[in-house]
Design a protein around this ligand. Structure first.
Ligand SMILES: [Zn+2]
Length: 307
């Protein structure tokens, strides 16, 4: 049987929110089978639980934000991406402010934290959402067109294309494919950092956003070049970060997908609309588990070592 997974022990991190600039503490704790991933605002007079689900997403303008009972957590996508990458099903995330810390701007710090705490198998079957029919969201026309789509696939693979007309981005690959079956998430995807342009940062700061952003947690570009002294971590780091985000955004559905995801200029909003469209069409998916690990797709049958 392919089993659910949680942490072996708890682990903590301290950092600042990318947009709020606020100091925030995270405590990642083990959770029982079928709990899913639950954020808990422990700084409020009465702690409020926000279970992660496609319906809990309340804002997607700059990051993926979830809410419940008037409580909110912003920028969950990089932590969600790390959880998807390591196959974690159940987790409590205690948080002391309304934004997940940005840490190094990628999912690598979260991967390191979760792996250091250890991952254990639980006595319950892991459930997957198998896509049975194509589902697509399309917006805009011509130059402004963007889309995201899911197709049936025995496994989980993603392909993403961006189109940024900027000299530093043009010089890199703007399309990438990643197959979870490769087992290479931590190495090939997790280290890709978020990116921004100085002209946007100035405007965002004037509006009280990106207050925690800087060269130690983002790739920053002026009108022609990357300003980070060390350059890029991957030759195609920009589009790889978009895949990292998509993996996190799609994991908000609460179970790993068995599907081929493809997207052109998609983002948090379109990714969430795609999940909602999938869930609104019961004939387009089924929830499955694997009694015999050998019947699961490559990469899920022998996932990251549990210890
Ligand atoms: Zn991101």
């Amino acid at each position: 049987m392919i089993q659910q997974r949680t942490l072996k022990s708890l682990t903590r991190a301290v950092g600042v929110g990318l947009h709020s600039g606020q100091r925030v503490e995270l405590t990642l704790r083990p959770a029982a089978p079928d709990t899913g991933i639950v954020f808990r605002r422990v700084d409020l007079p009465e702690p409020v639980d926000i279970p992660v689900s496609a319906d809990s997403v309340s804002d997607t303008r700059l990051a993926s934000t979830i809410s419940a009972q008037g409580a909110t957590v912003h920028t969950i996508e990089h932590l969600m991406s790390a959880c998807a990458g390591l196959g974690l099903d159940n987790l409590y995330v205690d948080i002391t402010a309304e934004e997940v810390p940005i840490l190094d701007g990628s999912a690598a710090s979260f991967v390191y934290l979760l792996q250091s705490a250890g991952i254990v198998l639980q006595d319950a079957p892991k459930r997957f959402i198998r896509v049975l029919q194509p589902v697509e969201i399309r917006q805009g026309e011509g130059k402004n067109a963007k889309w995201a789509r899911l197709d049936p696939y025995h496994g989980y693979k993603l392909s993403f294309e961006i189109e940024f007309d900027h000299p530093a981005v043009n010089a890199t690959g703007q399309r990438v494919e990643f197959d979870f079956g490769s087992g290479q998430y931590a190495r090939e995807i997790a280290r890709a950092r978020t990116f921004g342009f100085t002209r946007d940062v100035e405007m965002m700061r004037a509006n009280g956003l990106a207050l925690g952003g800087g060269l130690d947690n983002a790739i920053v570009m002026d009108d022609v070049k990357v300003l980070n002294a060390d350059g890029l971590r991957y030759q195609d780091e920009f589009v790889k970060h978009k895949i990292l985000d998509a993996i996190g955004d799609l994991y908000i559905v609460g179970k790993p997908l068995l599907a081929a995801y493809s997207a052109y200029r998609s983002g948090h909003a379109l990714n969430n609309l795609l999940l909602r469209e999938l869930l609104s069409r019961p004939e387009a998916y089924e929830v499955v588990s694997f009694e015999q690990a050998a019947k699961a797709p490559r990469g899920f049958a022998e996932p990251v070592a549990a210890w």
